[in-house]
Design a protein around this ligand. Structure first.
Ligand code: ADP
Length: 469
């Protein structure tokens, strides 16, 4: 089977969150399982672009509204990632450093999708599946099936995976001219609540829709940022498949970002060595349990609750734990967390920014990872934490619910709480510190969580079944 993944992110080319991790790993494991999986993404000006060799695969021209644009498809020459990687270059739109956050993101990702579909229309054969990821590529099923210029591609099977349903790519109807000509009576396929909603269009037009965990699939029917009724209506073609993790990248025994490697047998010593290095770097006490947060500092992750929750935890459990935060996002939250570093020197430290290497060292050195998320479609952080023997403290939602068992339950190895509230977070930190005080049980939990299999190998089969159904 030939599968073409379309995505705005793909690790290590460009990553802003879990989407990048998934698209950087799933195709590799699909190839290993015997299929032909390829990735197509925009050609941002990233380090990966300049550090690797490329060949020009195709040059074409397409139309977006009144604008005729040239695009170039280049291919990574050495198959470094374990799959064919194609980048789409469109001068003036995609030739930027960042992935998102520009005023013309609508034009950028619409042009990207038009270029991809136009390129596919020049192929001598048809791929079996076009697999779209999130709203940046969710117009593709509509383009393939309903735009006059591309209708000869309508038989290609399309899958849409929703990694985050909160973002839907809304655009006003004034932008409808960007979309290549189609029968106007089909406007209902694009429209939701008076605007063009690419994610909704993808859900309607794709042959199958998947989300990145079963619980998130169920939650979308009651909490989907306005699309609840759509998910209720389309549930017959929707299925939740839990993300895997790339065990080749995320392995504490070989992780290139770590100086102290460890496995299940050496976890205690190994984590202590990593914690000591980390604490030395950030001026924290290595003798205390270390609790970390890694992620986007946004409402979805309940990052706004962190400053108050950490204040209260430090007040309630004085000198009982150290705290380290890595993330960026809401400037008010960034500022409050940075202030805390100054208020509690030696106990609290904050790093604002995106730092892949530091995140690996934090998973390795921490005792606890906090994820109080309001919405968590799958969540990869807790899966990495489990693999690195770090006990996850999570809110009972989405993929967190599917992957973490509370230590009070049979064979549990984490802490779960129900409300995204300061009280629940502080109470859970208290439970974590109690658990830490019982070294035998704590060591058992570490060893137990490290052996849980969240590899892609098993997940690949579930996607294959969706492609074939
Ligand atoms: P998201 O909703 O952000 O996609 P996920 O849990 O699915 O959340 O994936 C988050 C991924 O991004 C993980 O690989 C995590 O380690 C990484 N990450 C998030 N923020 C940062 C950061 N500031 N620095 C380094 N890695 C980060």
């Amino acid at each position: 089977m030939e599968i073409i993944h379309l995505s705005a992110e793909c690790y290590p080319v460009a990553k802003a969150g879990g989407l990048g991790d998934v698209v950087g790993a799933l195709p590799k494991y699909q190839n290993q399982a015997g299929d032909i999986a390829k990735v197509v993404m925009p050609m941002y000006r990233t380090k990966f672009l300049y550090a690797n060799e490329w060949t020009v695969d195709f040059k074409g021209q397409a139309q977006m509204g009144n604008w005729q644009f040239d695009y170039t498809i280049i291919k990574e020459s050495q198959n470094k990632l374990g799959f064919d990687l194609y980048l789409v270059d469109i001068n003036g739109l995609l030739d930027r450093q960042k992935i998102y956050g520009y005023d013309d993101d609508t034009e950028r990702f619409t042009a990207f999708q038009i270029a991809v579909v136009d390129w596919l229309s020049h192929w001598e054969h048809r791929p079996d599946v076009v697999h779209c990821h999130d709203h940046h590529t969710a117009l593709v099923p509509f383009l393939l099936q309903h735009c006059y210029a591309y209708r000869h591609l309508a038989s290609i099977k399309t899958i849409l995976t929703i990694h985050n349903g909160q973002y839907q790519g809304w655009m006003g109807w004034d932008k409808s001219v960007l979309i290549p000509s189609w029968d106007l009576w089909k406007r209902g396929l694009l429209d939701w609540a008076g605007t063009i909603n690419p994610l909704a269009a993808g859900v309607r037009c794709a042959h199958k829709v998947t989300t990145v965990s079963p619980s998130y699939m169920a939650e979308l029917k009651t909490n989907a940022n306005g699309l609840e009724k759509l998910f209720e209506y389309e549930q017959g073609k929707c299925v939740g498949i839990l993300n895997g993790i790339d065990n080749a990248v995320w392995d504490p025994a070989t992780d290139g970002y770590l100086t102290h490697h460890f496995n299940r047998k050496t976890v205690q010593k190994g984590k202590l060595a990593n914690k000591s290095s980390l604490c030395q770097e950030f001026g924290l006490d290595p003798n205390l349990p270390l609790l970390v947060f890694i992620g986007r500092l946004v409402g979805e992750k309940a990052a706004d609750l962190l400053p108050e929750a950490f204040h209260q935890a430090i007040y309630r459990f004085p000198q009982k734990a150290s705290y380290l935060v890595l993330g960026s996002g809401d400037t008010q939250v960034e500022w409050s967390l940075q202030q805390m570093g100054q208020l509690y020197p030696g106990q609290f430290s904050t790093v604002i920014g995106y730092n892949e290497g530091l995140s690996h060292r934090m998973y390795a050195g921490a005792d606890f990872l906090l994820m109080p998320s309001r919405v968590e479609p799958c969540g990869l952080n807790q899966l990495y934490a489990l693999r690195y023997g770090t006990l996850p403290i999570v809110r009972n939602t989405g993929g967190l619910r599917d992957t973490v068992i509370d230590l009070g339950d049979w064979e549990g190895y984490g802490i779960r709480f129900d409300q995204a509230s300061v009280d629940d977070i502080v109470y859970s930190i208290g439970r974590a510190l109690e658990a830490y005080a019982d070294p035998t049980h704590f060591q058992w939990m570490r060893q137990h969580m490290m052996q849980i299999d969240h590899s892609w190998e098993s997940t690949v089969e579930s996607y294959r079944n969706v492609y074939l159904s």
